[in-house]
Design a protein around this ligand. Sequence first.
Ligand code: SF4
Length: 394
Amino acid sequence: MAPAPEQRAVTPRGWCPSLFEPMRAEDGWLTRIKPPRGQITALQARAIAAAAPAGIELTQRGNLQLRGFAEAGLAPFALAMQAAGLASGEAGIERRRNIIAPPLLGHDLGIAPNAAAWLEALEAVLADDALAALPGKFGLALDAGGALPLHGVAADITLRLDAGGAASLHIPGAMARGAAPGHVATLIRAFLAVPGARRMRDATAALGAAALIRAAGLRPEPPMPEPPAPRAIGLLPGATGFGLPFGQMGGDELRHLASLAERAGPGALCITPWRAILLPGPSDPGLLSAEAGRFITDPGDPRMLIRACPGSAGCASGGADTRAAAAILARHPRPPGLLHLSGCAKGCAHPGPAALVLVAQPDGRYALVRDGRAGDAPARRNLSLAEAAAELER
Ligand code: SF4
């Protein structure tokens, strides 16, 4: 029997919703599904679509975030998802079960042969009750190479497997070779011993990255430069990738993707951290071109370089409907680089820096930050959307 959802009336800073610990937003309760192995079947996709009361969002961790639940609908939904094999039965484990898996695990022969075993081992590490204090935002990534290595994906701890299966461990500011799952467990315990640390970067700031790597029993080395993120949209080796405008879709789109997945191959939907869903199977240009009006099929589509939170349409803190604004700004010329539209200075849609950030003010106008985060000091304030569009062209 699954636990009743622990419902939150307010959103504490740093809170990260999960299936059994949903969060209240302006448009109702929101909850998250963390697809095991980063994938769902067509059957599971239809079950999610049938239960989704409103929009479905892809998160930066490759999770599915569902909005608009009535309070009474949360517990039945959680039970249904658990029955569908999409969640563990224990709220604490589900909160900690944050692992970004290789996006085409099981479908890409280029992925390291021991990737599935590593994923299982990492899940076992996080399931340990000794790590109960781990914050819900803390997450791991397992990069096993192949056609879509997890370059450019932020995580507190990243494990990289080379083609032969040898593992290196990466944290902000340092890396180490020769990692085993036991080193990850020891490193997380060292992190938990740092007072007040919520993310790994807090611990590295307090102790130093090299000291933490040594605490895990490994020899620290300087971090390696990371190549750019791979292209996850269009015809890929062994899959077809569809982007979602601003990471959003409705139940109808998810149902449609389920049908496409069955047409494309084994009926799997691989949820990536790049706001794209991959359908494994042989390349099919016809499949791609037929869907160009519904999904993003061109990796150069300007919407893929825009991040936007729900803003006032879904969050009490939002000063403006940022996704509606993003749809308008996507049609305006702007210099290359990421554009982040944030409903307030919290910057939920993209915690990292972006080339251009428009932050909605409480009065509905916008502040502009260049090369920074939503919470940074703006270069301009009090811009209308038209003025902001003109600023972006400069
Ligand atoms: S950034 Fe967006 S989603 Fe986050 S609190 Fe502000 S308005 Fe809400």
